[in-house]
Design a protein around this ligand. Structure first.
Ligand code: AQP
Length: 333
Protein backbone atom coordinates (compact mmCIF):
# COMPACT_ATOMS: atom_id res chain seq x y z
CA UNK A 1 0.00 0.00 0.00
CA UNK A 2 1.27 3.47 -0.91
CA UNK A 3 1.82 5.94 1.92
CA UNK A 4 0.39 9.38 1.12
CA UNK A 5 1.67 12.66 2.59
CA UNK A 6 0.50 16.19 1.95
CA UNK A 7 0.74 19.48 3.83
CA UNK A 8 -0.95 22.84 4.03
CA UNK A 9 0.29 26.05 5.65
CA UNK A 10 -1.78 27.71 8.39
CA UNK A 11 -0.91 31.07 6.83
CA UNK A 12 -4.55 32.13 6.54
CA UNK A 13 -7.98 30.62 6.07
CA UNK A 14 -7.83 27.99 3.31
CA UNK A 15 -9.05 29.26 -0.04
CA UNK A 16 -11.06 27.82 -2.87
CA UNK A 17 -7.66 27.25 -4.56
CA UNK A 18 -6.41 25.12 -1.65
CA UNK A 19 -9.73 23.28 -1.66
CA UNK A 20 -9.97 22.49 -5.38
CA UNK A 21 -6.24 21.99 -5.92
CA UNK A 22 -5.50 19.97 -2.79
CA UNK A 23 -7.94 19.32 0.08
CA UNK A 24 -10.82 17.97 -2.02
CA UNK A 25 -8.48 15.40 -3.53
CA UNK A 26 -7.21 14.29 -0.14
CA UNK A 27 -10.61 13.08 1.06
CA UNK A 28 -10.91 9.95 -1.17
CA UNK A 29 -7.23 9.12 -0.56
CA UNK A 30 -7.79 8.45 3.14
CA UNK A 31 -10.16 5.61 2.13
CA UNK A 32 -7.59 3.82 -0.03
CA UNK A 33 -4.17 4.58 1.44
CA UNK A 34 -2.35 5.14 4.68
CA UNK A 35 -2.52 8.93 4.58
CA UNK A 36 -0.83 11.68 6.58
CA UNK A 37 -2.13 15.25 6.30
CA UNK A 38 -0.07 17.87 8.03
CA UNK A 39 -0.70 21.49 9.03
CA UNK A 40 2.75 22.82 8.25
CA UNK A 41 3.27 25.64 10.75
CA UNK A 42 7.09 25.51 10.39
CA UNK A 43 6.59 26.41 6.73
CA UNK A 44 4.12 29.18 7.57
CA UNK A 45 6.73 31.04 9.67
CA UNK A 46 9.04 31.40 6.68
CA UNK A 47 6.99 34.59 6.33
CA UNK A 48 6.20 36.49 9.55
CA UNK A 49 3.02 35.37 11.33
CA UNK A 50 1.49 37.28 14.24
CA UNK A 51 1.57 34.76 17.14
CA UNK A 52 -2.12 35.15 18.01
CA UNK A 53 -3.03 34.80 14.34
CA UNK A 54 -0.89 31.70 13.85
CA UNK A 55 -2.60 30.02 16.79
CA UNK A 56 -6.05 30.91 15.44
CA UNK A 57 -5.17 29.94 11.87
CA UNK A 58 -3.81 26.56 12.97
CA UNK A 59 -7.12 25.67 14.64
CA UNK A 60 -9.08 27.15 11.72
CA UNK A 61 -7.10 24.99 9.33
CA UNK A 62 -7.76 21.86 11.40
CA UNK A 63 -11.48 22.71 11.50
CA UNK A 64 -11.54 23.35 7.74
CA UNK A 65 -9.82 20.06 6.92
CA UNK A 66 -12.24 18.10 9.11
CA UNK A 67 -15.21 20.03 7.69
CA UNK A 68 -14.06 19.15 4.16
CA UNK A 69 -14.23 15.46 5.03
CA UNK A 70 -10.91 14.36 6.51
CA UNK A 71 -11.52 11.95 9.37
CA UNK A 72 -9.06 11.33 12.25
CA UNK A 73 -10.26 7.70 12.17
CA UNK A 74 -9.19 7.27 8.54
CA UNK A 75 -6.08 9.44 8.23
CA UNK A 76 -3.34 10.91 10.40
CA UNK A 77 -4.07 14.63 10.77
CA UNK A 78 -1.49 16.58 12.77
CA UNK A 79 0.57 19.75 13.21
CA UNK A 80 4.14 19.75 11.85
CA UNK A 81 5.80 21.37 14.91
CA UNK A 82 4.35 18.61 17.13
CA UNK A 83 6.67 16.11 15.42
CA UNK A 84 10.28 17.37 15.80
CA UNK A 85 11.59 14.73 13.36
CA UNK A 86 10.49 17.01 10.47
CA UNK A 87 12.82 19.85 11.55
CA UNK A 88 15.66 17.46 12.30
CA UNK A 89 15.55 15.75 8.90
CA UNK A 90 15.05 19.20 7.34
CA UNK A 91 18.41 20.29 8.76
CA UNK A 92 20.07 17.12 7.47
CA UNK A 93 18.63 17.87 4.02
CA UNK A 94 19.99 21.45 4.21
CA UNK A 95 23.36 19.72 4.19
CA UNK A 96 22.46 17.43 1.26
CA UNK A 97 20.72 19.86 -1.14
CA UNK A 98 22.97 22.05 -3.30
CA UNK A 99 22.64 25.83 -3.48
CA UNK A 100 22.39 25.60 -7.26
CA UNK A 101 19.27 23.43 -6.92
CA UNK A 102 17.58 25.90 -4.57
CA UNK A 103 18.48 28.81 -6.83
CA UNK A 104 16.24 27.35 -9.52
CA UNK A 105 13.09 27.27 -7.36
CA UNK A 106 10.52 29.59 -8.91
CA UNK A 107 8.32 29.71 -5.80
CA UNK A 108 11.15 31.35 -3.84
CA UNK A 109 11.49 33.96 -6.56
CA UNK A 110 7.71 34.59 -6.54
CA UNK A 111 7.39 34.77 -2.77
CA UNK A 112 10.58 36.73 -2.07
CA UNK A 113 9.55 39.32 -4.66
CA UNK A 114 11.90 42.10 -5.71
CA UNK A 115 13.70 42.46 -2.36
CA UNK A 116 15.30 39.01 -2.12
CA UNK A 117 17.89 40.16 0.40
CA UNK A 118 15.06 40.76 2.89
CA UNK A 119 13.56 37.25 2.55
CA UNK A 120 14.11 34.84 5.45
CA UNK A 121 16.70 32.10 5.11
CA UNK A 122 13.82 29.74 5.97
CA UNK A 123 11.95 30.73 2.82
CA UNK A 124 15.01 29.84 0.78
CA UNK A 125 15.44 26.35 2.29
CA UNK A 126 11.67 25.72 2.42
CA UNK A 127 11.87 22.97 -0.26
CA UNK A 128 14.40 21.05 1.88
CA UNK A 129 11.98 20.97 4.81
CA UNK A 130 9.20 19.95 2.42
CA UNK A 131 11.37 17.04 1.24
CA UNK A 132 11.89 16.08 4.90
CA UNK A 133 8.12 16.25 5.60
CA UNK A 134 7.54 13.58 2.98
CA UNK A 135 10.63 11.42 3.32
CA UNK A 136 10.56 11.20 7.13
CA UNK A 137 7.58 8.89 6.49
CA UNK A 138 9.05 7.33 3.32
CA UNK A 139 5.82 8.50 1.70
CA UNK A 140 5.69 7.81 -2.02
CA UNK A 141 2.53 9.56 -3.10
CA UNK A 142 2.09 13.30 -2.69
CA UNK A 143 -1.13 14.97 -3.81
CA UNK A 144 -0.43 18.66 -4.48
CA UNK A 145 -1.39 21.52 -6.74
CA UNK A 146 0.51 22.02 -9.98
CA UNK A 147 2.62 24.81 -8.39
CA UNK A 148 4.42 22.28 -6.15
CA UNK A 149 5.74 20.06 -8.97
CA UNK A 150 9.20 21.65 -8.94
CA UNK A 151 9.58 21.13 -5.18
CA UNK A 152 8.81 17.43 -5.53
CA UNK A 153 11.45 17.07 -8.22
CA UNK A 154 13.92 18.64 -5.81
CA UNK A 155 12.82 16.22 -3.05
CA UNK A 156 13.63 13.32 -5.39
CA UNK A 157 17.05 14.84 -6.14
CA UNK A 158 17.74 15.08 -2.39
CA UNK A 159 16.60 11.49 -1.77
CA UNK A 160 18.77 10.21 -4.62
CA UNK A 161 21.84 12.14 -3.48
CA UNK A 162 21.40 10.95 0.11
CA UNK A 163 21.06 7.32 -1.00
CA UNK A 164 24.10 7.69 -3.27
CA UNK A 165 26.34 9.55 -0.80
CA UNK A 166 25.68 7.14 2.06
CA UNK A 167 25.48 4.00 -0.09
CA UNK A 168 21.96 3.06 1.04
CA UNK A 169 18.54 2.51 -0.49
CA UNK A 170 16.79 4.28 2.34
CA UNK A 171 14.54 6.78 0.59
CA UNK A 172 11.99 5.77 -2.06
CA UNK A 173 11.03 7.80 -5.15
CA UNK A 174 8.15 10.19 -4.68
CA UNK A 175 5.31 10.40 -7.21
CA UNK A 176 3.46 13.72 -7.41
CA UNK A 177 -0.31 13.44 -7.84
CA UNK A 178 -1.46 16.58 -9.60
CA UNK A 179 -5.20 16.13 -9.57
CA UNK A 180 -8.34 17.86 -10.74
CA UNK A 181 -9.35 20.14 -13.59
CA UNK A 182 -8.58 23.12 -11.33
CA UNK A 183 -5.01 22.15 -10.45
CA UNK A 184 -4.33 25.88 -10.34
CA UNK A 185 -7.04 28.35 -9.35
CA UNK A 186 -6.10 31.94 -10.11
CA UNK A 187 -6.72 35.21 -8.24
CA UNK A 188 -10.12 36.84 -8.82
CA UNK A 189 -8.37 40.18 -9.32
CA UNK A 190 -5.51 39.07 -11.60
CA UNK A 191 -5.86 35.94 -13.70
CA UNK A 192 -2.09 35.56 -14.05
CA UNK A 193 -1.49 35.18 -10.27
CA UNK A 194 -2.54 32.13 -8.30
CA UNK A 195 -5.24 32.46 -5.66
CA UNK A 196 -3.44 32.62 -2.30
CA UNK A 197 -4.62 32.70 1.29
CA UNK A 198 -1.97 35.29 2.15
CA UNK A 199 -2.70 37.66 -0.77
CA UNK A 200 -3.10 41.14 0.77
CA UNK A 201 -6.39 41.57 -1.13
CA UNK A 202 -9.26 39.62 0.42
CA UNK A 203 -11.19 40.28 -2.81
CA UNK A 204 -8.68 38.12 -4.71
CA UNK A 205 -9.90 34.89 -3.15
CA UNK A 206 -12.83 32.91 -1.76
CA UNK A 207 -12.07 31.79 1.81
CA UNK A 208 -13.68 28.59 3.03
CA UNK A 209 -15.31 30.56 5.87
CA UNK A 210 -16.77 33.30 3.62
CA UNK A 211 -20.52 33.60 4.05
CA UNK A 212 -22.91 33.52 1.09
CA UNK A 213 -23.02 37.31 0.74
CA UNK A 214 -19.22 37.57 0.72
CA UNK A 215 -19.01 34.88 -1.98
CA UNK A 216 -21.63 36.66 -4.10
CA UNK A 217 -19.87 40.03 -3.75
CA UNK A 218 -16.42 38.65 -4.58
CA UNK A 219 -17.69 36.85 -7.68
CA UNK A 220 -19.64 39.92 -8.79
CA UNK A 221 -16.46 42.01 -8.45
CA UNK A 222 -14.19 39.38 -10.03
CA UNK A 223 -12.30 40.78 -13.02
CA UNK A 224 -13.52 39.65 -16.45
CA UNK A 225 -13.60 41.17 -19.90
CA UNK A 226 -16.31 42.53 -22.17
CA UNK A 227 -16.34 39.56 -24.61
CA UNK A 228 -19.07 36.90 -24.36
CA UNK A 229 -18.32 33.31 -23.38
CA UNK A 230 -16.85 31.43 -26.37
CA UNK A 231 -17.65 27.89 -27.48
CA UNK A 232 -14.12 26.46 -27.30
CA UNK A 233 -11.22 26.53 -24.82
CA UNK A 234 -8.82 27.77 -27.51
CA UNK A 235 -10.86 30.96 -27.75
CA UNK A 236 -10.06 31.65 -24.08
CA UNK A 237 -6.38 32.09 -24.97
CA UNK A 238 -5.19 35.46 -23.62
CA UNK A 239 -8.33 35.81 -21.44
CA UNK A 240 -6.86 34.63 -18.12
CA UNK A 241 -9.68 35.90 -15.88
CA UNK A 242 -12.45 34.44 -18.06
CA UNK A 243 -10.61 31.15 -18.26
CA UNK A 244 -10.25 31.05 -14.48
CA UNK A 245 -13.97 31.53 -13.80
CA UNK A 246 -14.85 28.85 -16.35
CA UNK A 247 -12.33 26.51 -14.70
CA UNK A 248 -13.78 27.17 -11.24
CA UNK A 249 -17.35 26.43 -12.36
CA UNK A 250 -16.18 23.25 -14.08
CA UNK A 251 -14.30 22.07 -10.99
CA UNK A 252 -17.03 22.85 -8.50
CA UNK A 253 -19.70 21.12 -10.63
CA UNK A 254 -17.40 18.17 -11.44
CA UNK A 255 -17.39 18.61 -15.17
CA UNK A 256 -14.93 19.61 -17.90
CA UNK A 257 -14.41 23.29 -18.88
CA UNK A 258 -15.51 22.36 -22.43
CA UNK A 259 -18.94 21.37 -21.09
CA UNK A 260 -19.26 24.67 -19.22
CA UNK A 261 -18.47 26.55 -22.44
CA UNK A 262 -20.99 24.53 -24.40
CA UNK A 263 -23.69 25.34 -21.88
CA UNK A 264 -22.95 29.07 -21.59
CA UNK A 265 -21.68 29.93 -25.09
CA UNK A 266 -22.67 33.44 -26.16
CA UNK A 267 -23.65 34.62 -22.66
CA UNK A 268 -22.08 37.64 -20.99
CA UNK A 269 -20.36 37.34 -17.62
CA UNK A 270 -23.27 38.92 -15.72
CA UNK A 271 -25.48 35.84 -15.93
CA UNK A 272 -22.51 33.45 -15.82
CA UNK A 273 -21.41 34.93 -12.50
CA UNK A 274 -24.87 34.31 -11.03
CA UNK A 275 -24.66 30.63 -11.95
CA UNK A 276 -21.13 30.44 -10.55
CA UNK A 277 -22.17 32.10 -7.26
CA UNK A 278 -25.06 29.68 -6.86
CA UNK A 279 -22.81 26.66 -7.43
CA UNK A 280 -20.16 27.95 -5.00
CA UNK A 281 -22.68 28.76 -2.27
CA UNK A 282 -24.35 25.34 -2.59
CA UNK A 283 -20.98 23.60 -2.30
CA UNK A 284 -19.24 25.74 0.31
CA UNK A 285 -21.95 26.74 2.78
CA UNK A 286 -22.19 23.28 4.47
CA UNK A 287 -18.37 23.28 4.83
CA UNK A 288 -18.45 26.71 6.44
CA UNK A 289 -21.23 25.70 8.86
CA UNK A 290 -19.31 22.59 9.96
CA UNK A 291 -16.09 24.59 10.32
CA UNK A 292 -17.80 27.08 12.64
CA UNK A 293 -19.33 24.25 14.68
CA UNK A 294 -15.94 22.58 15.18
CA UNK A 295 -14.30 25.86 16.19
CA UNK A 296 -16.72 26.19 19.09
CA UNK A 297 -14.81 23.37 20.83
CA UNK A 298 -11.05 24.05 20.50
CA UNK A 299 -10.28 21.46 23.21
CA UNK A 300 -11.59 18.63 21.02
CA UNK A 301 -9.70 19.95 17.99
CA UNK A 302 -6.45 20.08 19.98
CA UNK A 303 -7.00 16.55 21.31
CA UNK A 304 -7.58 15.19 17.79
CA UNK A 305 -4.35 16.89 16.62
CA UNK A 306 -2.40 15.48 19.57
CA UNK A 307 -3.54 11.94 18.76
CA UNK A 308 -2.55 12.54 15.15
CA UNK A 309 0.95 13.66 16.20
CA UNK A 310 1.41 10.53 18.32
CA UNK A 311 0.57 8.31 15.33
CA UNK A 312 2.85 10.34 13.03
CA UNK A 313 5.78 10.13 15.46
CA UNK A 314 5.43 6.38 15.70
CA UNK A 315 6.24 6.21 11.97
CA UNK A 316 8.76 9.07 11.73
CA UNK A 317 11.07 8.39 14.68
CA UNK A 318 12.31 4.93 13.58
CA UNK A 319 12.94 6.29 10.05
CA UNK A 320 14.92 9.22 11.44
CA UNK A 321 16.95 6.78 13.58
CA UNK A 322 17.72 4.78 10.42
CA UNK A 323 18.88 7.98 8.66
CA UNK A 324 21.17 8.95 11.54
CA UNK A 325 22.65 5.48 11.71
CA UNK A 326 23.39 5.55 7.96
CA UNK A 327 25.17 8.89 8.44
CA UNK A 328 27.35 7.76 11.35
CA UNK A 329 25.74 9.78 14.14
CA UNK A 330 26.54 8.37 17.59
CA UNK A 331 23.31 6.88 18.94
CA UNK A 332 22.07 8.11 22.32
CA UNK A 333 22.00 5.11 24.66
N1 AQP B 1 -4.44 28.67 -6.26
C1 AQP B 1 -4.27 27.38 -6.08
N2 AQP B 1 -4.79 26.50 -6.96
C2 AQP B 1 -4.64 25.16 -6.78
N3 AQP B 1 -3.98 24.63 -5.73
C3 AQP B 1 -3.44 25.47 -4.84
N4 AQP B 1 -2.74 25.27 -3.72
C4 AQP B 1 -2.43 26.46 -3.16
N5 AQP B 1 -2.93 27.45 -3.90
C5 AQP B 1 -3.55 26.88 -4.95
C6 AQP B 1 -2.39 23.95 -3.18
O1 AQP B 1 -2.79 23.92 -1.83
C7 AQP B 1 -1.89 23.09 -1.11
C8 AQP B 1 -1.49 23.75 0.17
O2 AQP B 1 -0.79 24.91 -0.10
P1 AQP B 1 0.11 25.58 1.00
O3 AQP B 1 -0.73 26.15 2.04
O4 AQP B 1 1.10 24.60 1.49
O5 AQP B 1 0.96 26.67 0.28
P2 AQP B 1 0.73 27.52 -0.99
O6 AQP B 1 0.78 26.67 -2.20
O7 AQP B 1 1.73 28.64 -0.90
O8 AQP B 1 -0.74 28.07 -0.79
P3 AQP B 1 -1.23 29.54 -0.64
O9 AQP B 1 -2.70 29.49 -0.41
O10 AQP B 1 -0.73 30.36 -1.77
O11 AQP B 1 -0.54 29.97 0.72
P4 AQP B 1 0.34 31.23 1.01
O12 AQP B 1 -0.51 32.39 0.64
O13 AQP B 1 0.64 31.16 2.46
O14 AQP B 1 1.56 31.11 0.17
C9 AQP B 1 -0.72 22.77 -2.02
O15 AQP B 1 -0.86 21.44 -2.48
C10 AQP B 1 -0.89 23.75 -3.15
O16 AQP B 1 -0.45 23.20 -4.37
Amino acid sequence: MQRVFSGIQPSGVPTLGNYLGAIRNWVPMQEQHESLFCIVDLHAITQFQEPAQLLLQTREMAAALLACGLSPEKCILFVQSHVPAHAELGWIFNCVARLGWLNRMTQFKDKAGKDREAASAGLYVYPNLMAADILVYKATSVPVGDDQRQHLELANDIAEKFNHDYGVKLFPRIEPHILGVAARVMSLRDGTKKMSKSDPSDQSRINLNDDNDAIALKIRRARTDAEPIPGHMLQLEGRAEARNLVGILAAITNTMPENVLREHEGQGFGSFKEVLTEALVAHLSPIRAEMLRLLEDPGSLDAALRRGAEKAEAIANPILAEVKQAMGFLARR
